[in-house]
Design a protein around this ligand. Structure first.
Ligand code: TXA
Ligand code: MG
Length: 336
């Protein structure tokens, strides 16, 4: 599982420093295949509290616990349903978080006081080596390494720009190759629920389970899942979604008022119409996997670029775009 060959000596030394910091209660930002995490020793209550403070995150929003080996599943969770084991075997290490009944090893502050815990094995050599080095009796509690409600970091520089003076170390592992957060599923009786679409598609999960996954939208839940709060994952710059004809009209209207507009599209139509002063056009990939990889980096760039408005083309209503649509809808909610 651990591809140490991908890491050079300098990286291994950096990871060893990070592991020591974590064991002493420090806070380390580290790369995963989805987004960068803001890590703390999951068994250290003070360290976990620091993560909430740095993120400015309400105490009742639980953190995901990252583990290094399948064998650790039974240390941190109890009464694990067979469907969860099946999914773990298929998709770990990978962008899938399983919500399971927590064991007594998990402090209250990690789970926001709930009786469940979110667990995943990340598929990034740096993250896996970090988990390996902190030891088999430890795990890393880590939300995305951004301020509460903001877009997640997909490169070390995104963390450096916003949190560097508040944390002990940033482990640089390059650009995250999924670029969107993990898919989160929970289990109840025989049913499997989707709490957040993400790096693993619903159809891939359904084909492993041979049964449908029930959408989080159809479920009443008292659990506070930030991804399920309408306004979230938002850049600091106002962002709105439009279909193409309206996107063109709105961009031209705003530019005529000397407002700087970033127009972000995926389709090939309408290109020349954005060739206007005050409009900066970013053409994204029309492939959802590539689009997902680029999305947060593009939004971070616009936040740095003193743009007044970000206008985005509504993504296609297709299953492969589900996680992207979910994030963009939440990002635009903040500015309606
Ligand atoms: O890809 C990811 O999942 C990244 C990387 C760092 O692993 N992490 C991430 O963490 O996105 P965060 O905290 O930004 O989002 C985790 C989501 C939150 O919406 C949280 O409420 C939910 O997972 N969550 C965690 N534990 C939960 C639980 N026990 N029950 C329900 N939701 C839970
Ligand atoms: Mg987050």
């Amino acid at each position: 599982m651990l591809d140490k060959g991908a890491l050079d000596q300098k990286q291994l030394e950096q990871i060893a420093v990070a592991a020591r910091l974590l064991r002493r209660g420090g806070i380390v930002a580290f790369p995963t295949e989805t987004v960068y995490g803001l890590g703390a020793d999951a068994t250290n209550t003070d360290a976990v509290q620091k993560v909430y403070t740095i993120k400015q995150r309400p105490a009742d929003h639980p953190l995901i616990v990252h583990i290094g080996h399948m064998a650790q599943l039974d240390i941190w969770a109890l009464e694990i349903p067979e469907a969860a084991r099946l999914l773990a075997r298929h998709f770990w290490p990978g962008p899938l978080t399983l919500i399971l009944k927590r064991s007594a090893h998990i402090p209250d502050c990690v789970t926001g006081g709930q009786d469940t815990v979110g667990l995943r094995i990340p598929a990034h050599p740096v993250a896996l080596e970090l988990l390996n080095m902190i030891g088999p009796d430890k795990a890393i509690a880590a939300p995305s390494a951004n301020r509460y409600g903001r877009i997640s970091p997909t490169a070390a520089v995104h963390v450096r720009n916003t949190l560097s003076n508040k944390i002990d170390m940033i482990l640089d592992g390059g650009t995250c190759n999924i670029g969107l957060e993990s898919t989160i599923v929970s289990f109840e009786n025989d049913a499997v629920f989707l709490l957040r679409p993400g790096g693993i598609s619903v159809s891939a999960i359904e084909s492993v389970l041979s049964k449908p996954v029930i959408s989080y939208k159809n479920r009443k839940t008292a659990v506070r899942v930030p991804g399920a709060i309408p306004s979230h994952y938002a850049p600091a710059t106002p962002l709105q979604l439009f279909h193409l004809p309206e996107l063109v009209q709105t961009a031209i209207k705003l530019a005529a008022q000397n407002l700087r507009v970033a127009v972000i599209t995926w389709s090939d139509a309408g290109m020349s119409q954005f060739n206007v002063p005050y409009i900066q056009h970013v053409k994204m990939s029309s492939d959802p996997v590539r689009y997902g990889q680029q999305l947060y980096a593009v939004l971070h760039q616009q936040d740095q670029a003193a743009i007044d408005y970000i206008l985005m083309e509504t993504p296609p209503e297709l299953p492969a775009w589900l996680a992207i649509s979910d994030r963009l809808q939440r990002a635009s909610q903040a500015y309606l």
